[in-house]
Design a protein around this ligand. Structure first.
Ligand code: ZN
Length: 432
């Protein structure tokens, strides 16, 4: 008789000695036991890991599902800049409908699940005044929850104080049931408005008991200094551990003395920083000749000051970013290059940026990881070591959500279990 629903046999486990292999028994959605390999028990379903690396599944902590897979509609971004992207999106968002958005979102989520992401935070543009984005993404959160956990952040793309209606729309989104409140202080008209907008976002978050997830200082401008305001408000309002600041690319250009002070303040406030390496290296540094700034928040420095750092993918094939398949290992691969995290231990540890560090922001760190009793949310990678994970990248062989295999990339195709049936994925924006 089978002792478990699934046994992953002969796996290496991240965080345990590389010269040992384990059999992981999964039962009723949880990791029932981890035994030395070989062990005599049997599972209903057996996976032969052959020494490959088993680790907890990935997080994508910053993403824009509302614009995903709209590239080329109404036109392509020829300059490749943030500003042309915003212009194109302003046109495109007038034609959003819940149905067409759900179609794109569902496709992209399947890709990301196939690549091992089970948790995703998406922004929903609340300056799109019909709030179609919010309705559509809240619906996607429900409809796709067997595949992936999605949190929706109300995101005032064009600013909170730039239009008298925008704060109302942000609050309306909170009433509609978003998970987090966003902000974009560097996009307000003045730095004073920037600071004020942070307070408005916190007011709404506090009133509705939501976490904060902002776009903060996403510019090369060294005088963009909103992270300090975010940290101050966090401390003032007792919001420690409930705030994430996305991008913070300006911190790359800050004076080191200033950066030291503000990163320490962010650490004290337990404000997490969420760089988006693929998009940051692509969109920042656009005013520079050569030498050209890298424009990604200095992750190593932030970690060394005690700041929690996790990564986002930000975009796939939209007005801002023409590439991507939703592989968080690609985002991490870019990060370790841009920030020169190439020491052996640094490389091994860098996987924390798409796993445990993000689990802390999601408040599930106690139930996250490959150990007995925890919910089985796992990926079995192609490679055998953490270095292999970064060399070979995705997709993993298998993705397991709550003890069920939800993605199978063995056999030369990618398949995802959706609404009770296995579907073969096609990773192209356009259909056959
Ligand atoms: Zn973003």
């Amino acid at each position: 008789m089978a002792e478990a629903d699934i046994v992953v046999r002969g796996a290496r486990i991240r965080g345990r000695p590389e010269d040992r292999k384990y059999d992981v028994y999964i039962q009723d959605g949880r990791i029932e036991s981890i035994r030395g390999h070989p062990s005599p028990g049997h599972g209903e379903h057996e996976i032969e890991a052959r020494g490959r690396l088993l680790m907890p599944a990935f997080f994508n902590m910053h993403f824009h599902l509302d614009s995903v897979l709209t590239m080329g509609d109404p036109r392509f971004n020829e300059s490749g800049t943030l500003w042309e992207g915003i212009e194109i999106w302003a046109e495109r968002k007038k034609r959003l409908t819940v149905d067409e958005m759900l179609e794109r979102v569902t496709k992209a989520v399947k890709w990301m699940v196939a690549y091992g992401t089970l948790w995703l935070r998406t922004h929903a543009d609340t300056t799109e005044k019909t709030l179609t984005t919010v309705r559509g993404l809240i619906e996607a959160r429900e409809r796709l929850k067997d595949l992936m956990w999605i949190q929706v952040t109300a995101f005032p793309q064009d600013g909170i104080l730039t239009d008298p209606e925008n704060a109302e729309l942000l609050e309306k989104a909170a009433e509609m049931g978003v998970d987090n409140i966003g902000m974009i202080p560097h996009n307000e008209y003045t730095r004073f408005d920037g600071a004020k907008s942070v307070e408005v976002a916190f007011d709404i978050a506090q009133k509705y008991d939501k976490d904060i997830d902002g776009h903060v200082d996403e510019t090369d401008d060294p005088w963009s200094r909103n992270l300090e305001v975010v940290a101050r408000e966090t401390i003032r309002r007792g919001y420690q551990g409930r705030v994430a600041a996305g991008h913070v690319t300006a911190s790359h250009s800050w004076d080191p003395v200033y950066r030291d002070r503000v990163f320490k303040l962010a650490a004290r406030a337990r404000v997490s920083i969420v760089p988006n390496p693929l998009i940051n290296i692509h969109l920042q540094g656009r005013f520079d000749g050569y030498p050209k700034r890298r424009g990604m928040a200095p992750i190593k420095v932030a970690l060394s000051k005690g700041v929690n750092v996790a990564l986002g993918h930000d975009c796939i094939m939209d007005p801002w970013y023409p590439l991507g398949v939703g592989d968080m290992l690609q985002a991490l691969f870019m990060a370790v290059h841009v920030d020169q995290m190439m020491g052996y231990q640094e490389l091994k540890q860098s996987l924390d940026l798409i796993t445990i560090n993000a689990a802390k922001i999601w408040h599930i760190e106690d139930d996250y990881g490959v150990s007995e009793g925890k919910t089985a949310n796992l990926v079995l990678l192609k490679g055998r070591t953490e270095i292999d994970a970064l060399r070979l990248m995705g997709p993993p062989l298998y993705v397991i959500k709550e003890g069920r295999i939800v993605a199978d990339n063995t056999g030369g195709t990618s398949r995802v279990l959706f609404e009770g049936r296995w579907e073969e994925l096609d990773f192209s924006q356009i259909s056959e």
